[in-house]
Design a binder for this molecule. Structure first.
Ligand code: URA
Length: 242
């Protein structure tokens, strides 16, 4: 049987774009790097680039550097934006077409279980680092269904900032829409946990349906719930524009 080649851990980390050799050496020394869940003890720990699971501070590092991939998914309701659920819930990985199962994919960011819409799924650690870096803080646009109509003052409150437990939200845009069942769109710059639901809850509204339709310059378009498509190199480059 053909055995797959291994490479020293530090080589793999630097080639995967996780950071400079010096930074990666520090990360290993400080016990921040794990291989298959075990803290790596040596720079030269042999790793198999297609089977071993390497993480820095819990974030997966792309091993298949030759073949990074980034998918856009329209997440359906009740699907979890994680790679594994201890309670046996269905995750985004469970609904990907078979041909993507061989990649070590994970979602970039999160959508609540009840939220539908645009979620990126990738195996590309460097792309993830860049997309989640505060300097790329993308606008995120959500369609929201609430019962009733916002008053002028409530709309201004959403746009000006809502006080949540951890502080004020930054300025947002609110538009009335007729995209049944949704009646508003809300564009925010942050990605705090359950942010949109908590913003509306502060004003006394329960969100009946929530869907993310855009992140930065990438729109969900007519991708149907449960469908997925690969992003083009151009779309990825545009996402990384500042
Ligand atoms: N805001 C929410 O409340 N939920 C999401 O899933 C995303 C943004």
């Amino acid at each position: 049987m053909k055995t797959e080649p291994t490479v020293p851990l530090i080589k793999l980390l630097t080639e995967a774009g996780a950071g400079s050799r010096r930074k990666m050496a520090d990360a290993i020394r400080n016990g921040r790097v794990t291989v298959n869940g075990q803290v790596a003890e040596s720079f030269n720990h042999p790793v198999n680039s297609s089977h071993d699971r390497v993480q820095i501070d819990g974030t997966p590092v792309t091993l298949s550097v030759e073949n990074p991939i980034c998918l856009m998914l329209n997440k359906p309701k009740d699907i979890l934006s994680t790679t594994f659920d201890e309670r046996g819930g269905r995750t985004v990985l469970d609904i990907l077409p078979e041909k993507y199962r061989r990649y070590r994919l994970y979602p970039v960011g999160r959508l609540d279980k009840d939220t539908t819409g645009l979620l990126l799924v990738t195996n590309d650690g460097e792309l993830t680092n860049r997309l989640t870096h505060p300097r790329y803080e993308h606008e995120k646009e959500y369609l929201v269904q609430i019962e009733g109509k916002l008053t002028v003052v409530e709309k201004q409150q959403l746009e000006g900032g809502i006080r949540l437990d951890e502080g004020m939200t930054s300025p947002a845009r609110v538009k009335e829409v007729t995209a049944r069942p949704f009646n508003y769109s809300l564009t925010i710059h942050e990605g705090r946990k359950r942010q949109v639901r908590r913003m509306f809850a502060r004003l006394g509204y329960r969100i009946l349906a929530l869907k993310r339709v855009r992140t930065g310059n990438l729109a969900l378009g007519d991708l149907k719930e449960g469908q997925v498509r690969e992003l083009t190199a151009r779309e990825i480059a545009r996402l990384l524009e500042r």
